[in-house]
Design a protein around this ligand. Structure first.
Ligand code: GLU
Length: 545
């Protein structure tokens, strides 16, 4: 069979040779150990945490080896909503400060020498290699209707499918030149399929940087490499792009392990050096019954990276949580290096967990509390304001108009303290947490049996109230007053005979705190009083429980 004639018949417009294409993508000039990784998302309109996880691993591998990270948009099968979806993707990547050495800008300019960095602009390249495979008898045109990648459709048709056998040979694989020409003359559309060289009983071994050698059944299907619209399904585009673009580690989700044998066969058919894979584990969640399931777009809002933006989690908290999921050693490193940036934590692909990480919001919140506790009050205010500008306009106005006050609010029990408070895990919760700075409390967290005592104490307290000038002064005043009213001023005494007193000084302070904040627990009350100012404090002391 003259495969060259067939190739020319079905690709009359493809004139470039594979060598000419390869010459446009010179080998990268890398130093020993430098890794070239990429993030290759399909723009879907949201960025899933699993995809971001993969991007983050790639980012770290490149960073840790002084390597290169590029962004490749895999948009071959997403014609609709492409622009909007791309915008969402770029927006999320920008918010999470993912910086790429090479990429295409939103307005279509390639930054880097290995572009275009968008697959839908690379169709001519894929055709050159499809033609090459056809000319070598390794691929063939298939004229069956609707054959694109739909193996179930393929099975329903008359394939040379042998039962209990892995083979799926397409009926078009042996068409003669004349038969093909008749189809072409007839204007029939066609896809290109790889003519697998396997018989269905071969096994192969490929290496994965996380899991080591993986043994699997070799591919034995004539799968589609170019659809009838001229676009490549994932495997073909992956083999060509990652080879030409000089990727040396492909980090991708574990779900691709099953189809890797097909990719391995493609690399071989194309005469490409097999690329190194690093299949990262997928992120799971526990359901109410404690069973694992994949984190899902449908049920888990936190599967969408925007969740963290909308709720105001600092990026560092998200990165630190992801590092925690990537390698459990991070937690110990963080404990030993509380001041260091997460960027200084280095891991190798082989350090990545093989066990599927379970997403746990409580854990993220703990990490986030720690990250936020290390911010200065001023910085916390700025972050809170920036978040509010986007997600709560009314709040942002208040914060802006009362800058000095809210900087102080953010500084409470924080600046200069060896152990700053760790009670804020995102910016979204701050308005609720500090609601008593926005308006006087209207509900009070007080038990019914305490109300009478509290009213008595407050009425005595406000009688001669003047703003205290220090925390000590304030406390001593309350102590003195509480003593007069029958509260224990000595805690030891109180513990020995609790029934002889109305309570201890802490209880008296609690009543004042309740009047001012509505809560039993708060940052230092004196600081709160200072921020609120004398008039406001006085007004709040007038409450009757
Ligand atoms: N576009 C593919 C995806 O989003 C890329 C997989 C890969 O990284 O190779 O799943």
């Amino acid at each position: 069979m003259n495969y060259n004639d067939i190739a020319n018949l079905i690709f009359p417009d493809v004139t470039m040779s594979p060598e000419e294409v390869i010459a446009k993508y010179p080998k990268r000039n890398l130093k020993e150990g430098q890794m070239v990784t990429r993030f290759a998302p399909s723009p879907t309109g949201l960025v899933h945490i699993g995809n971001f996880f993969q991007a983050f691993i790639s980012y770290n591998i490149a960073k840790n080896t002084d390597g290169i990270l590029f962004l490749r948009i895999e948009d071959t099968d997403r014609k609709r909503e492409k622009i909007e979806a791309k915008q969402v993707l770029y927006d999320v990547l920008k918010r999470f400060e993912m910086s790429f050495d090479e990429y295409q800008t939103l307005d279509g300019k390639d930054i880097g020498d290995y572009g275009p960095y968008v697959q839908s602009q690379r169709n001519d390249i894929y055709k050159v290699f499809a033609k090459k495979l056809v000319s070598e008898g390794k691929a063939f045109p298939c004229f069956c209707k609707k054959t694109e990648g739909k193996e179930d459709v393929l099975k329903q048709r008359e394939t040379k499918f042998v039962e209990n056998d892995e083979r799926e040979y397409d009926p078009c694989r042996d068409l003669s030149y004349e038969e093909i020409k008749a189809h072409i003359d007839n204007g029939d559309s066609f896809a290109i399929r790889l003519k697998t060289k396997n018989k269905g009983d071969e096994r192969i071994v490929f290496n994965d940087l996380i899991k080591g050698d993986i043994e699997a059944k070799a591919n034995a299907k004539d799968f589609v490499i170019l659809k009838s619209d001229g676009t490549p399904p994932y495997p073909f585009a992956h083999a060509i792009d990652d080879t030409l673009m000089g990727t040396n580690i492909v980090v991708r989700g574990e779900e691709y392990i099953a189809s890797t044998p097909a990719h391995v066969e493609l690399f071989e058919a194309l005469g490409f050096k097999q690329i190194q894979y690093c299949h990262n584990p997928l992120i799971y969640k526990l359901n109410d019954l404690g069973n694992r399931r994949k984190i899902s777009k449908r049920y888990d809002p936190e599967s969408n990276m925007m969740f963290f933006c909308e709720n105001g989690y600092p990026n560092e908290a998200v990165y630190e949580y992801l590092l925690n999921m990537i390698n459990s050693g991070f937690e110990i490193w963080r404990k030993n290096n509380p001041e260091k940036s997460w960027k200084e934590f280095k891991f190798k692909p082989s350090d990545i967990t093989t066990v599927a990480p379970i997403f746990d919001l409580v854990k993220l919140n703990d990490i986030s509390k720690n990250v936020i506790s290390l911010l200065s009050g001023e910085k916390l205010y700025e972050n809170w304001l920036n978040w509010a500008r986007e997600y709560d306009k009314d709040l942002s106005k208040i914060l802006e108009e009362n800058r000095e006050k809210f900087v102080k609010v953010c500084q409470m029990d924080r600046d200069g303290r060896p152990k700053p408070r760790k009670d804020i895990f995102n910016y979204q919760m701050m308005k609720d947490k500090f609601n008593y700075f926005f308006s006087a409390p209207i509900s009070f967290n007080i038990a019914d049996e305490d109300k009478e005592k509290a009213n008595e104490l407050l009425s005595a307290y406000r009688e001669n109230f003047k703003m205290p000038s220090s925390n000590e002064e304030w406390f001593n005043e309350v102590k003195e007053l509480a003593g007069k009213l029958g509260y224990a001023t000595d805690n030891k005494l109180y513990k020995e005979n609790p029934n002889e007193f109305k309570g201890n000084v802490a209880k008296a302070c609690e009543f004042i705190r309740l009047a001012i904040t509505g809560e039993k627990d708060s940052p230092t009350l004196f600081t709160i009083m200072e921020i609120l100012g004398e008039d406001e404090v006085k007004a709040r002391l007038n409450v009757k429980f």
